[in-house]
Design a binder for this molecule. Structure first.
Ligand code: GAF
Length: 377
């Protein structure tokens, strides 16, 4: 990928720039909790967006996407927003840095990636974090701290891409560390690295190929439900609510909002239980909690789909330790924690059964927990 980007850059801009990368992410548990002030448990993966950048001495950004095979050029003022949706991520990052008093000048860039698109692995956060990291290095002497870089990506989603997301994806992409998952408290922003090397198990993703796209999905509506319930309870976020609190206001809120909040409150407890279990090396408990999360995401939060529920059923039948839909939902992947000796049978069964029902196999994505945003030597 590096060579491809480098050659394209030289050919297009007649020079060499500096190479940066940032990662997609998985999330072991803690879904839709980030914008509720709760806990998440993500890790960066070995699938990245990589970009070569060089200041060009003008006030224009000129950027080429190898994967989309498209070129975009835009200025750095608010009214210069490009029309291509992929370019809006980069424009948004520039604007959010400028809004915070940071410096961005014209630059040339070429980028490519291997984070599968629409699979729920946060290719957009990888893109934002890659450019935020690069522009911090190139124009700001690395004076913007890492949390601010993550927030720049998140604000880009809010203000330029129409997704009212939480902080998890950008956090994971910026802070990722090889071999470690991270527990982030999305209220205090305290975080802790957890070594993750489950001996005897593999972590594998199965991509249903049902396109996951948060923009225009009911993702923002889920968030509104949670905010309505929190407002009814007189608290800032559902982080501070218990099931008892929720039951007390059950008759004052819609049945739908009740279910959404029930999932979020349960998920908060599940993340903490998984943290304890991981410390003890108790992967059976981790797996059980993953199944419970799937159930909640499917029945209460209603962000699953028949294809993902089917993959979850197959995992159960094959004796997989833990399995659940991962990320925002509405398509994408399941994440599966499977014992080494069951892996081959699980993959073969999932491929055959899914193909029989939906006419195509799920795509198997093996992931390695890796570093986040960085300059590439
Ligand atoms: C998406 C969002 F971008 C995250 O902020 C998070 O809410 C996630 O869905 C669900 O846990 O990836």
């Amino acid at each position: 990928m590096k060579t491809k980007i480098n050659e394209e850059f030289k050919q297009r801009f007649g020079a060499e720039g500096t190479m940066y990368a940032s990662a997609g992410r998985i999330n072991l548990i803690g879904e839709h909790t980030d914008y509720n002030g709760g806990f998440v448990f993500p890790g960066a993966i070995d699938k990245v967006i990589m970009a070569e950048l060089k200041p060009n001495g003008t006030d224009k950004v000129r950027v080429f996407s190898i994967d989309i095979n498209e070129y975009a050029e835009f200025g750095l003022n608010e009214e210069d927003a490009p029309s291509q949706s992929w370019a809006r991520y980069i424009f948004g990052v520039c604007r959010e840095i400028i809004k915070r008093g940071g410096k961005v000048q014209g630059f040339d860039a070429v980028f490519a990636g291997n984070v599968p698109l629409g699979a729920g692995l946060s290719s957009s956060a990888a893109l934002e974090s890659c450019f935020a990291f690069a522009l911090n290095d190139m124009f700001n002497n690395n004076s913007i701290d890492k949390f601010e870089l993550a927030k720049i990506g998140q604000s880009t989603e809010h203000n330029y891409c129409g997704v009212n997301c939480g902080i998890m994806d950008q956090f994971a992409s910026v802070f990722g560390k090889k071999g470690h998952l991270m527990r982030l408290d999305c209220r205090s922003l305290e975080y802790e690295y957890y070594p993750f090397n489950p001996e005897g198990y593999k972590l594998v993703l199965l991509d249903s190929k049902v396109k996951h796209e948060l923009k225009d999905s009911p993702y923002n509506k889920r968030r509104q439900s949670c905010e309505r319930v929190a407002a009814r309870l007189g608290i800032e976020t559902l982080r501070d609510a218990t099931m008892e609190d929720l039951d007390k206001v059950k008759s004052d809120i819609t049945a739908e909002d009740y279910l959404r909040a029930r999932f979020v409150i349960g998920e908060k407890e599940r993340v903490l239980a998984v943290c304890d279990a991981l410390v003890k090396g108790d992967y059976e408990t981790v797996g059980r909690k993953m199944y419970e999360t799937h159930e909640g995401l499917s029945k209460d939060y209603e962000v699953s789909c028949v294809e993902l529920d089917y993959l979850n059923d197959i995992a159960k039948e094959c004796g997989v330790t833990g399995s659940r839909i991962m990320g925002g939902g509405f398509g994408g992947c399941t994440i599966n924690l499977v014992k080494n000796e069951l892996y081959d049978n699980f993959i073969a069964t999932a491929k055959a059964k899914f193909n029989e029902k939906y006419g195509h196999e799920p795509v198997v994505i093996d992931v390695v927990i890796s570093d986040g945003a960085r300059k590439c030597e």
